[in-house]
Write a protein that binds this ligand. Structure first.
Ligand code: PBG
Ligand code: ZN
Length: 324
């Protein structure tokens, strides 16, 4: 049926009709809030490159986690900023490591809030790469055991889910085995499956002090030009036992989210990364756009593309709007 018989504007003429035909509705329950844990006491330090985000010491972590829980956000994902680094990233898998301590504290205070832990080495290695470095090469196989130890120590600290973000080949198998052998058969793995080598991670690397000291991450993270390769990467993670598959970043990769959603029947997560957050905050501050509307539009678009879960620094701000 064509104009003038069919008029799409009929169903847009008022708020009620618009609500009735809305295809995608963002919920607080869709979002996961990333948090940065630092050593020390009484710390709630603003992160310059990410306005509105903070570094929290463990003793102040429960308060922000409580805000998330109260707003109906089901989960947080923890990133640790350790006070010392070494070649093998030993503070990543230490029982008294920063993520391990923060996990215990949050689970004590808010047992109903899921704690997901980011599993990687880049914040913990002095060279800033996500794996063990031999010469100038990131050694895939030598890294696997350290990632598995990290995931296991997070599970022991009470993590509800572990999320490897390193992009080493075979890490999901290795982590699944380590968890199962130690009785954590019920701890799911959220795999950063299609993680691109992206300049959108810039603000995060300042926040987490995790920029590589030499070279870049192109030998392990994906080329932004590739989409079929994302399907291959996700296929591998699914076969290795991933429970949730992730595409990262989100906004410049909505096509990848959409394809992954169509090809797989597992829950799909998308990471609305630090640079996506910082761009909106910066333009809002300049008065160049309405940050809060762009935030809601962006998050809705990520869900519309096919994401079941959105990791986003906007989680609290967006949940506040949704809960009004
Ligand atoms: C690294 C890691 C990155 C992010 C989280 N963990 C990217 C990177 O430094 O390569 C980025 C998150 C963000 O930008 O918000 N394991
Ligand atoms: Zn890393």
């Amino acid at each position: 049926m064509l104009f003038p018989d069919y008029r799409p504007r009929r169903m847009r003429q008022n708020r009620t009709f618009r609500r009735m035909i809305r295809e995608t509705e963002l919920l607080a329950a869709d979002m996961i809030l990333p948090l940065f844990a630092v050593e020390g006491n009484g710390i709630r330090e603003p992160i310059e490159s990410m306005p509105g985000q903070f570094h929290y010491s463990v003793d102040r972590m429960a308060e922000i986690a409580g805000q998330a829980a109260h707003a109906g956000i089901p989960a947080v994902i923890l990133f640790g900023v350790p006070d010392r680094k070494d070649a093998l990233g030993t503070r990543a898998y230490a029982d008294d490591g920063i993520v391990q301590k923060a996990t215990r504290t949050i689970k004590d205070a808010h047992p109903e809030l899921a704690v997901i832990t980011d599993v990687c080495l880049c914040q913990y290695t002095e060279h800033g790469h996500c794996g063990v470095v031999e010469g100038d090469i990131v050694d895939n196989d030598a890294t696997l055991d350290l990632l598995a130890r990290t995931a296991l120590s997070h599970a022991r600290a009470g993590a509800d889910m572990v999320a490897p973000s390193d992009m080493m080949d075979g890490r999901v198998t290795e982590i699944r085995e380590a968890l199962d052998e130690n009785g954590y058969t019920h701890t799911p793995i959220m795999a950063y499956s299609a993680k691109y080598c992206s300049a959108y991670y810039g603000p995060f690397r300042d926040a987490a002090d995790s920029a590589p000291k030499f070279g870049d991450r192109r030998t392990y993270q994906m080329d932004p030009a590739n989409a079929m390769e994302a399907i291959r990467e996700v296929t591998l993670d699914v076969e290795e036992g991933a429970d949730v598959i992730m595409v990262k970043p989100a906004l410049a990769y909505l096509d990848v989210i959409c394809r992954v959603r169509e090809e797989f029947d597992l829950p799909v997560a998308a990471y609305n990364v630090s640079g996506e957050y910082a761009m909106i905050k910066a333009a809002d501050k300049m008065g160049w756009l309405d940050g809060s509307r762009v935030m809601m539009e962006t998050l809705t678009a990520i869900k519309r593309a096919g994401a079941d879960m959105i990791l986003t620094y906007f989680a609290l701000e967006a949940a506040d709007i949704l809960n009004k």
